[in-house]
Design a protein around this ligand. Structure first.
Ligand code: AQP
Length: 343
C-alpha cells in the first residue's frame, strides 16, 4: 500500500511553477486508479517562518494556500489536506531525527550552502541574508524528513530541486532503523514531476518564486485573463526573428515559455516546437501561451474566488484533514517512542 505525501509553503500566492511542478501532479496522482493508496497533501507553515512574516500576512497566506489547492482540483474526499503546524507529531519526530543527523550531512545540502554563501558574500544584511544565519534554515531538511516519515510515506512527488533533501530523508530513515534495530521507516521514493523548472518571466536566470517581490515575474493561479495577457506580453524574450526554437542557454525567455506550453499540454519539447510552425513572431507566440494559461486556470480562478469569499468551508476541510493526519501521526509517534524508550 502506498502513501503519497507532499507539502507546499504558504510564502505567497501559488504560481504557475508550483502548479506545474507540484500541485497538478498531486491531483493527477490522487485521481489515478490506485486502490488502497493514501494521499496526504498540505501546507508547510512551519517551514515558511524561517523568514519571519507579519502574523496577519502568514494567516492570510495559510488560508489562500488551502484555497489554491482546492481550486486547482485537489479533492478533500480523496486527499487529506491540512496545515503541518496542526499536527504536533511533526516537530516531535523532527527532534528525534535532529539527534541522529550529522552536521556534516546538513552542511552538504546545496540549498543551505547557497544561502550560507550569500551571507559570506554580502555586505548588506537584508532579511534574506539574515535568514541564512538561522539554525532553522540548516535544520529545515530534518523537519522535511519528519514531515514525510511521520506518515511512513512511500512516495513524494516534488520538483528536481528537492531531490537532495529526499536523499537525506532516506539517510535519516536508514540511520534510525539501524540505530534502533528496526525496519519501521520505509525508504521513500522520489516521484519527479515531469514539468521542467519554470523560470521568472522577468529574469529567466532564476526560478519563478512566490516570494519574488516583482509580481510581474510570476503568473499566479488566481490572475485574471487580462493580467495573464499583460504579464506574458511583458515577459523577457529576445530579438531573434524567425521560427521559435528551444535553446535554454541562447534563448532562456523563449525556452521558458516553451516549457510552460509543454507543462500545460503534456507534450514533449520537440512536439511543442513542431506545433509552433505557424508562429510568425513573438506576439503570436505570446498570445498562444496566454490562451493556454487562461484556459487552464479558468475554472480554478472562479472556484478560488468562491472559496476565499467564505472561509468556513476552508476551515472545515482543514479540520477534517488535521483529524485524519493526526490519527496516522499519533499512532506512528507512539511506535517511535516505544522504539527509543520514550514510552
Ligand atoms: N519555478 C518552479 N518551477 C517548477 N516547480 C516549482 N516548485 C517551486 N517553484 C517551482 C515546486 O513547488 C513545490 C512547492 O514548493 P515550496 O513552496 O515548498 O518551495 P519553493 O520551491 O521554495 O517554492 P517557491 O515558489 O520558490 O517559494 P519561495 O519563494 O518561498 O521559495 C516543490 O515541489 C517545488 O519543487
Amino acid at each position: 500500500q502506498s502513501t503519497i505525501f507532499s507539502l507546499i509553503q504558504p510564502t505567497g500566492n501559488i504560481h504557475l511553477g508550483n502548479y506545474l511542478g507540484a500541485i497538478r501532479s498531486w491531483k493527477e496522482l490522487s485521481e489515478s486508479d490506485s486502490p488502497g493508496s493514501k494521499f496526504i497533501f498540505g501546507i508547510a507553515d512551519l517551514h515558511a517562518i524561517t523568514l519571519p512574516k507579519d502574523p496577519q500576512t502568514l494567516k492570510r497566506f495559510r488560508h489562500e494556500a488551502i484555497a489554491s489547492l482546492l481550486a486547482s482540483g485537489l479533492s478533500p474526499e480523496k486527499c487529506t489536506i491540512f496545515h503541518q503546524s496542526a499536527v504536533p507529531e511533526h516537530t516531535e519526530l523532527s527532534w528525534y531525527f535532529t539527534c541522529i543527523t550529522s552536521m556534516g550531512n546538513l552542511n552538504r545540502m546545496t540549498q543551505w550552502k547557497s544561502k550560507a554563501q550569500q551571507v559570506q558574500n554580502s555586505s548588506i544584511y537584508d532579511d534574506r541574508v539574515m535568514e541564512a544565519t538561522k539554525a532553522g534554515v540548516l535544520c529545515y531538511p530534518i523537519l522535511q524528513a519528519a514531515d514525510i516519515l511521520i506518515y511512513r510515506a512511500t512516495h513524494v512527488p516534488v520538483g528536481d530541486d528537492q531531490s537532495q533533501h529526499l536523499e537525506l530523508t532516506r539517510g535519516i530513515a536508514n540511520t534510525f532503523n539501524h540505530t534502533y534495530k528496526t525496519k519501521f521507516f520505509p525508504i521513500v521514493k522520489t516521484l519527479l514531476t515531469p514539468s521542467k523548472k519554470i523560470l521568472s518571466l522577468r529574469n529567466p536566470s532564476k526560478k519563478m518564486s512566490k516570494s519574488d517581490p516583482d509580481q510581474n515575474s510570476c503568473i499566479y493561479v488566481t490572475d485574471s485573463p487580462e493580467i495573464v495577457a499583460k504579464k506574458i506580453r511583458k515577459a523577457t524574450t529576445d530579438s531573434i526573428q524567425g521560427p521559435i526554437y528551444y535553446a535554454p542557454e541562447e534563448r532562456p525567455g523563449v525556452s521558458n515559455l516553451i516549457n510552460v506550453i509543454s507543462g500545460l499540454t503534456g507534450k514533449s519539447i520537440d512536439e511543442v516546437v513542431a506545433d509552433l510552425h505557424w508562429v510568425k513572431d513573438h506576439k503570436q507566440f505570446k498570445d498562444h501561451v496566454t490562451e493556454l494559461i487562461v484556459e487552464e486556470f479558468r475554472e480554478n480562478r472562479e472556484m478560488y474566488q468562491r472559496l476565499t469569499a467564505d472561509i468556513s468551508y476552508l476551515d472545515e476541510v482543514c479540520a477534517r484533514g488535521r483529524d485524519n493526519a493526526r490519527e496516522i501521526a499519533s499512532a506512528n509517534i507512539a511506535q517511535v517512542r516505544k522504539l527509543i524508550g520514550m514510552d
